[in-house]
Design a protein. Sequence first.
Length: 128
Amino acid sequence: MISDYDSLAQDFLAGLIPEERTKLYNDLLALEEVHKLNQHSSYYTFKNLKRAVHRHSERRKRTFRYKNSCNNELVINQLHEQHFFKNKYCIHVYFNSQECSYLFIDHLLSMLGAPVASPIRTFQEITI
């Protein structure tokens, strides 16, 4: 599956224009920072008693949506879930309506953050 994410990420990034690549990179960096802070944390609150009456409630915090020239679509939802009084944070990643794990975002970040290889020019000494 990891190699699938590599090929999917390469195909998706190949169809993005440079401005969208930059915006995607900045959004993914912000998402990664929030994810690092909240991935293994949950908390209990008694403030929202109306929501606590329901077994499960889910509120969307942010949604990122990107579509490239090949009509491949990347949708990332940041969610706040509440189960009775327990609250937690999660991220759902969808690529062409197929759910992916957070590893896909890691692959995109690594590919976007890698420096673009420029052609190496070699010079020859010319003697006159």
